[in-house]
Design a protein. Structure first.
Length: 640
């Protein structure tokens, strides 16, 4: 009987040892080697190596961000001999850090101030007690206790002197308490500037249980998604000459504040957004019956994410890190906003569905920033002086003439000159591979980048394109006697552009910044490069066609005529479009008769008149047009 019992005992011991070995945790360190950054959110990929004994092992990936999504954790291994039994996630709460020397000094001074405060409060309490005793016993000096006049006088004098001393002590103690409170407030502010003592951000761990057939060294990959990261596109557009293509530089502003730095990682920038629902929306049957409301639909996942942030705080600084006082922060497409305080801080309550903040400051280039966190740090770059208006618009196949005729849909703003912006044209683009997928585009950045977890935007170069463009000059002399130069880019879809901020440079001069809205752009992209002083336009009344008003066939008649003259002082020919207008009758009793040259194109619904032609170098061209307005006598019609 001993042999079977002995075998059973050995077997139980072996099982217990195996279970203990499986429960014993082995911490392994891992490195971030790749980050797939979406427009909102990122997929972080780590790699690690470990030496495993035969049997079951428990590995712990330590030092991970506490902001990761546990449902997105994936473990990768290329070893078929490994059997992954479980993958779990747990939070790890760090200890409160020790006070540094500066904080210790401030806390010691606060303790001294609070001790002084307690002394002053005690002094006030003692004075009050003495005052109450004196008031309760002041009748002793007036009762018939046989006191003589001298004793009575001494008692009254003593009472008066003590009450006076107590009242004066109240004044002194009150002044000391107020000064003490001010000292304490200053110390609290000084402590806040250093960063008050607080608990460090929570980290997390991933626990992996693996069954291994034999001792070996293995490689593991771990990936997970984080929400507090993303990128926004940006563009630099440079024009050196109207006979040359456009230099288009595509870059990304990458940010992350996940709690872990991305050091020398491979970046993949994706135009996808995993926060948006992948399911197409569906409509419910709309049944009509008395008292029943139509079907209601909830916003998609992206709208829910955007509306989940109700308040945003942060700081606005310049490119040298100095706080900006009075910077304006507006929620885009609303009038909700605020301004920064003396330390550059702001605190803004957000309306539902807020997605972007528009941040501006006099003398600096404004920017649009996605609302991705409740705490945001924003950097504005210099913009020395205001120059011409910059417009980015799109138009369709109907041509330049139709689309420019009063339907310029885009963003207007002003920019300035900046030497360091001009220097950027010497930047060598980073090698990038473009991967086009069914619904997204990935830009694989070939060189490693370091993105600290500080929430600030870091510029990452994506692509540089030499883009063919045609150039047009546009004049609307009725509004302004200036001529604007525009560049038209066709087939822009091949460049994988998405909505983002855009900066324009012409002949080395920074013209301004705007926002490219791809969703609003059709088959061609129009970039306004500002006023061109080399082309001069004038619009003057033509007195031959002007009449002060008369009567004909019972109707009052007014006529007007105009002469538009354009001179090209450039050394090369230009394509020019001139836009003016004639009145349009809104009443059948009002008649409008036009006299237009054959080169004019009239849009009858709007009254817009367009001329388009090529103007040779150092030449001038004039166009005349006129109109006659007839309306019932006794009526008042205002004619230009």
């Amino acid at each position: 009987m001993r042999t079977p019992l002995l075998c059973l005992f050995v077997l139980l011991c072996t099982c217990v040892r195996a279970q203990l070995a499986g429960k014993q945790e082995t911490e392994i360190s891992s490195n971030i080697d790749q980050a797939v950054v979406y427009l909102q959110g990122a997929q972080v990929k780590r790699s690690a190596e470990a030496s495993l004994p035969a049997g079951r092992s428990t590995l712990v990936f330590t030092g991970l961000t506490g902001a990761l999504d546990p449902a997105s954790i994936q473990l990768r291994t290329e070893n078929p001999a490994l059997l992954v039994l479980s993958v779990s996630h747990r939070l790890h709460f760090n200890e409160i850090p020790e006070r540094n020397e500066a904080e210790q000094s401030i806390y010691a001074r606060i303790d001294a101030v609070e001790h002084r405060h307690r002394e002053l409060v005690t002094g006030v309490a003692i004075a009050k007690e003495e005052e109450e005793v004196l008031r309760a016993n002041r009748s002793l000096a007036g009762t018939d206790r046989g006191l003589d006049a001298q004793d009575l006088e001494r008692g009254v004098t003593y009472h008066r002197e003590r009450i006076t001393a107590i009242k004066l002590s109240y004044l002194a103690l009150g002044d000391s308490l107020r000064a003490n409170q001010q000292d304490r407030q200053l110390l609290q502010e000084e402590l806040a500037e250093l960063g008050q003592r607080r608990q460090q951000p929570t980290t997390s761990e991933v626990v992996v249980v693996i069954d291994n057939k034999q001792p070996q060294k293995i490689s593991l990959g771990l990936s997970y998604r984080v929400a507090s990261a993303g990128w926004t596109p940006g563009y630099d557009v440079r024009v050196t000459d109207i006979n040359q293509p456009i230099d288009l530089r595509y870059h990304a502003n990458v940010y992350q504040h996940t709690g872990e730095d991305w050091k020398a990682v491979k970046l993949i920038l994706s135009t996808g957004d995993p926060t948006k629902s992948t399911r197409a929306p569906e409509l419910k049957t709309w049944r009509l019956r008395p008292g029943q409301l139509p079907p209601a639909y909830q916003p998609d996942a992206q709208a829910a994410v955007a509306s989940s942030i109700r308040n945003v705080k942060g700081k606005v600084v310049d490119d040298e890190g100095m706080p900006l006082v009075g910077a304006t922060i507006l929620v885009e497409d609303t009038d909700v906003g605020t301004a920064t305080d003396f330390d550059g801080h702001f605190d803004l309550d957000l309306p539902d569905g807020s997605e972007f903040l528009r941040v501006s400051y006099s003398g600096l280039a404004g920017k649009s920033v996605r609302i991705d966190s409740e705490e945001m740090n924003i950097v504005l770059e210099p913009d020395a002086s205001s120059l011409d208006e910059v417009v980015v618009v799109g138009y369709g196949n109907s041509g330049v003439v139709h689309s420019l005729a009063g339907r310029l849909a885009g963003v207007n703003l002003r920019g300035g000159r900046r030497r360091d912006r001009e220097d950027r044209q010497e930047t060598i683009p980073v090698p990038t591979q473009t991967q086009r997928q069914a619904t997204t585009v990935n830009f694989v950045i070939e060189l490693p980048y370091t993105i600290p977890a500080d929430g600030t935007q870091h510029r990452v170069e994506i692509k540089q394109y030499t883009v063919p463009a045609t150039y047009h000059h546009l004049a609307v002399p009725k509004r302004e006697e200036d001529v604007y130069l525009s560049a038209v880019i066709r087939d822009w879809e091949q460049y994988d552009l998405i909505s983002g901020d855009l900066q324009l440079f012409f002949e080395g001069t920074y013209l301004g910044t705007s926002r490219l809205e791809v969703e609003k752009t059709a088959d061609s992209l129009l970039l306004s490069l500002g006023r061109d002083p080399s082309v001069v336009v004038t619009r003057k009344p033509n007195e031959e066609f002007r009449s002060p008003g008369g009567f004909l066939s019972g109707k009052q008649v007014d006529s007007r005529g105009w002469t538009i003259a354009v001179r090209n002082t450039k050394a090369q020919a230009i394509d020019l479009t001139i836009i003016d207008q004639v009145p349009v009758s809104a009443d059948g009793r009002v008649e409008v008769e036009l006299t237009l040259p054959g080169s004019a194109v009239l849009e009858e619904d709007t009254g817009l008149v367009t001329w388009r032609y090529t103007l040779p170098p150092t030449s001038e061209r004039k166009v005349d047009f006129s109109y006659v307005v007839k309306y019932p006598a006794g009526q008042q019609v205002f004619v230009e």
